[in-house]
Design a binder for this molecule. Structure first.
Ligand SMILES: [Zn+2]
Length: 343
């Protein structure tokens, strides 16, 4: 099918993808072995079974087990290098990549994590002409909250050294955004944008909290906004982008099936939506697959697909000049591809 060929080859951006959640199963086995970490899965087959999540808490448990396999700066460089190669293979020219520095700091200092990722970043720029912006985040279970200050202060110091925003992830239930008001105020005061997850496993209060207490410039997921018409009106009026990850939502029970996913309703309400893969190998997906799947299920046309991609550019944290250049290049590439494929 022509549209599918178009999707495979079209230039893309991705705004919501986790570095640790992007480790390929084979690489994870290698890391576990070389760092003597015992995983509950010891083969690719067992890994597939291990990645069947019963709920969000179970997902987080596995996520931390994955994080525990990363023990050295070389590990960081390896996973970042592989990640960038996969993005390049999908023609993803620019990605905003979340990682959780505090989870690894006992083994690798924050600075060494960043330096290793930046080595991979520079190499990928040269080799594949793809780039990334880094979004260190906090797990919202973190206590005491004061521990988070060292992470945000470090992130602020490294603006301009690859770090472009500050995030909040982990279990939403019992961990409302307001807990981290002071932490995100520090980021905001320093000009570091806020990119929290919200409205995935918790409802609309969590999204309001992300906006009001954390000054979110985009919402990670946010799909549950539909439960509150006032919130929907606010998000539409302000055009606050939602980083939507359809397969992730299905795997974690936010939507029961892809066909039941609220993506069409979000669009009907005039909300600003981008398409993302979140933790691709953990959900057995890729960004390309996300587009292919939503076309299958919702019958989107080429114009709608292109709009999702352009939304990604517009909602990115790139400086406006770079956004404009990217858009110009993407539009030219779209035309070329459409002509070639007869779309
Ligand atoms: Zn996420």
């Amino acid at each position: 099918m022509t549209l599918k060929k178009f999707i495979q080859r079209m230039p893309k951006v991705e705004l919501h993808v986790h570095l640790e959640g992007s480790i390929q199963p084979k690489t994870l086995l290698t890391l576990a072995e070389r760092n003597n970490v015992k995983l509950p899965a010891e083969s690719l087959e067992e890994m597939r079974e291990w990645y069947q999540f019963s709920n969000f808490a179970h997902f987080i448990e596995i996520y931390f087990a994955i994080c525990d396999c990363i023990r050295t700066p070389d590990d960081f460089e390896l996973i970042a290098g592989e990640f960038l190669k996969y993005q390049a293979e999908q023609n993803i020219k620019y990605s905003e990549v979340i990682f959780t520095p505090y989870t690894h700091h006992e083994h690798v200092r924050f600075d060494d994590q960043l330096a290793a990722i930046n080595r991979a970043r520079r190499e990928a720029k040269e080799k594949y002409d793809v780039s990334i912006g880094l979004v260190p985040d906090l797990s919202r279970q973190m206590r005491p909250v004061e521990e988070s200050f060292q992470v945000v202060d470090w992130a602020i110091e490294n603006m301009g050294n690859g770090i472009i925003a500050f995030g909040l992830g982990g279990p939403e239930i019992n961990n409302p955004p307001e807990i981290f008001t002071e932490t995100f105020k520090r980021a905001k005061d320093a000009g570091l944008p806020s990119l929290p997850h919200a409205g995935e496993t918790e409802g609309t209060e969590s999204i309001w909290g992300a906006i009001n207490a954390l000054s979110a410039v985009r919402i990670g997921h946010g799909v549950r906004c539909l439960e509150d018409s006032e919130l929907v009106a606010f998000l539409r009026e302000k055009q606050i982008p939602l980083d939507v990850s359809p397969t992730s939502n299905v795997c974690l029970g936010v939507a029961s099936t892809l066909a039941q996913h609220p993506l069409p309703q979000l669009l009907d309400k005039g909300l600003f939506v981008t398409i993302n893969s979140d933790d691709p190998p953990m959900f057995d997906t890729t960004l390309t697959d996300e587009y292919l799947r939503i076309v299958d299920v919702f019958d989107f046309n080429v114009a709608q697909i292109k709009q999702f991609v352009l939304n990604g550019i517009h909602a990115s944290l790139l400086p406006s000049e770079k956004r404009q250049t990217l858009e110009k290049n993407f539009r030219a590439e779209f035309i070329e591809l459409e002509n070639e494929l007869g779309l």
